[in-house]
Design a protein around this ligand. Sequence first.
Ligand code: FAD
Length: 430
Amino acid sequence: MAEKPFSDSWADASYWWEGRTPAPDAETLPAKADVLVIGSGYTGLHAAIQTARAGMHTVVIDAGRIGEGCSTRNGGQVSTSIKPSFGSLKQKFGADTAERIFREGQASLDFTAKFISDEAIDCDFRVVGRFHGAHSPRQYEQLARDAEAAHPVLDTEAYIVPESEQHSELRTDFYHGGIVFPKHASIDPGAYHAGLVEVAQQSGASLMPNCAATALAEEHVEHEVQTVRGRIRARNVIVATNGYSGNLLPWLQHRIIPIGSYIIATEELPKDQVDEFFPTNRIQSDTRKLVYYYRLSPDRKRILFGGRVSLRETDPRRSGPILLRDMIAIFPDLEDVRISHSWAGTVGYTFDSLMHAGRRRGLYWAGGYCGAGAGMAGYLGNMIGRQVSGDKTATTVFSEIPFSGRPYYRGNPWFLSSSVLWYRILDRIR
Ligand SMILES: Cc1cc2nc3c(=O)[nH]c(=O)nc-3n(C[C@H](O)[C@H](O)[C@H](O)COP(=O)(O)OP(=O)(O)OC[C@H]3O[C@@H](n4cnc5c(N)ncnc54)[C@H](O)[C@@H]3O)c2cc1C
């Protein structure tokens, strides 16, 4: 690894913020709205677009800049977002529900592609496919078994790539073969978010940055929300705060586990080196419990490499060199490469590794994407927005399955270090 892992101009900021101007501050918070959306990521903006288009006076607030959270920090890998296997879901919920969960995963991918195309959002959305590498021979065998047992109606078109053919996907000997999911996509997540901001504003929604909601009083007809910029009453409130939820809604806080995800961008690499190591444009991930996810930047000049680096949460100055070291373990010839950007965000996990959406009186929420919400967050945000607008066809299985917390969890993931340690051990022995 280079003696100085950071380039001279490195930034402790998301690569996707480069060259983007944050949405301007709005004037004053209105005293009343039909719909108040708390959180301005993909979930919140997609919901707001639907309610504003239905003619409802819609206000979106965010504690930080518009899009401050994960939606402008992520790796831009768009998958079906469903983490548990079909078999485990079938055992837990029965075959019908398991199938509906998988179908909605696919629907979220299709929805994202169609929305971007219909709204002509310029965000480099491309169906490039994913190569998911096996980090051990045993994991490769498991992938092969999974591919064979794939449910016929789910139509993933996934296929196995043996170790002997791996270099056609990725020039590394780190993996023992892998599986390709041809329908997964890549996106420029910052440009996607910027496009959503534009669509939301054109649809009539008002966006208010630096306006943290600090208290929420649930009432029968209207909710009163206290913010740092005054009070607002709204008949419908959509809580779209995911990994940044805090204690605004204790019920939600007791069900969503905030976990840091860390990522770097390298400085620009020579074209022939990029072409050699990444012969395709696919997105990449692997079978480790502490998964690495990576890809090229849309201009194919940098590698964006992410994962979980430490037992406890840390800062990008520490996480950057660890990620770089791990990336070099996969591509040893890149040992002199340096980091141009290192950043992190807080994703929202759940105890069942599934996302959830729901409503209680006029209070709606969606979240818990378990680090895979690039497509699903918009899909469920759209669903919630349509429900608020009275669309009876907007139903989702993620409102029907139970959303449980644990008696020992009140919002502080004290068990995180031991879980990460356990996963590290599993990754070594499996
Ligand atoms: C480093 C990283 C890499 C990732 N990579 C991928 C990937 O490659 N593929 C993928 O599918 N997913 C990925 N994800 C996850 C994905 O980005 C998220 O699932 C998705 O963006 C969630 O969107 P959201 O709108 O629900 O939440 P967010 O975008 O996090 O938005 C929540 C917003 O709520 C605001 N907020 C919180 N509390 C309050 C309050 N009290 N008042 C007002 N506002 C409040 C926050 O400021 C924040 O802006 C990644 C995440 C990270 C951090």
